[in-house]
Design a binder for this molecule. Sequence first.
Ligand code: HEC
Length: 461
Amino acid sequence: MSGRPWFALLIPFTVTLALAQSAISPSHPNSPPPTNTAPTSAPSMTSVSAPTFSKDVAPILQKNCQVCHRPGEAGPFSMLTYEQTRPWAMAMKVAVQTGKMPPWFADHRYGKFSNAMSLSSAEIETLAKWADAGAPKGDPADMPPPVDWVEGWGIGKPDAVYQLPVAYDVPASGVIDYQHVIVPTGFTEDKWIQAAEVRPTDRMVVHHIIAYVREPGSNWFRGQKPGVFFTAPQVKTKEQPDTSALPSDFLVGYAPGQPPEILRPGQAKLIKAGSDIIFQVHYTPHGHATRDQSRLGIIFAKEPPKERVLTLSATNGTFKIPPGHPNYRVDSNFVVGADVRLSGLHPHMHGRGKDFEYRVVYPSGETKILLSVPHYDWHWQNWYNLEEPIALPKGTKIDCTAHFDNSPSNPENADPTKEVTWGEQSWDEMMVGFFNLVFDAKMPVENLFPDKKNPAGLASK
Ligand code: HEC
């Protein structure tokens, strides 16, 4: 484990996914950009064989876009109807041709992901030809039946709901520091969680939320009063992420388009008796003052699970990115101390993050790329869920490599003249390769960290 203390490899629970600007920022006018779409009442000769909305375009939008582009969701305009979609035809063409939409950043050559969002080249071409032909409607009889989008919980009716105790007043504009709220679970016994979901009440202003579990005995945010919003103290550690408290568990996150956490039958996450939920919420004003009172819903496992799911990470907290460096490499790794399976990946960096790669190195020396994100975009917090979990025998290494762009040509760079180290603020950096491990629910978690003497934070688990 490259000589770092064991705890440096656990979830840095102090991670604040500090994002200075939002993916859902108010840079989008309420009206669409001008397009060259022609009137549809008089289709030109050339558009006769062109794709139509009803027949060709709507199915693509239903499958790939409406999850975010419908009222109440994160996308800045709705694609449910022809009338709503048509003015955006040209912008849609550009967005799919440049790969900006749908927001999915995995290099398709590596790994298969159950939550992948991407268009085939034929689908991209259909959208492009449709826009070029003046965005014809076609025969309404060709329209596919509308998708019955579930309003409300994607996990089904939760067994328990934890709501932010008070609504947050989001102003019309400005930058809002990350907000935290501690909500006690009230659990008097250990509970296994089969599914969990966070739902904002106003999605337009919620950039992302993470619900962490704080176990009893953890010092993380000790002294902060439960039930009220607070901002994290501005800790800046010298060499390492702050590891003074017990590791906390990443329960579930919300980000636009992110599916809720629904574990496979027989799998569950553990929340110990007496734990608290700590919400971290990133609000991004959207042009009008509003309020949000997000909720976490959880469904308990109906019987004790066979397997436990735990989010850990390969973290490097000791890098020093030189001023102006355009392509600075940072590595991290985690060696699994027991036979486990790997089910999901979630790279995390800030605005200087450029690319991120996960590899697996088997004890035999055989190595394989699990995920490559060649153009990392910190405005999107994607999880990459493996279509089939991968078996990692004891001694397998999860290897991560990231590059950072600290040059002036990176528009997300807060200050290219500065040496950049680990930190919580958006002008600092992070290098975290989160991943989900799946293992025998009866296995003590200490087994995952065999070369650790007495990992206090895990000893009681
Ligand atoms: C995961 C959610 C999500 C999905 C899926 C998604 N979008 Fe978006 N889209 C957004 C958000 C959020 C924005 C506004 C922020 C931004 O532009 O990054 C946006 C913006 C856009 C814009 C405006 C871009 C601009 O440059 O102003 C277009 C056009 C667009 N999306 C088209 C699409 C199309 C076409 C699809 C399907 C192929 C799609 N989107 C799928 C969330 C999504």
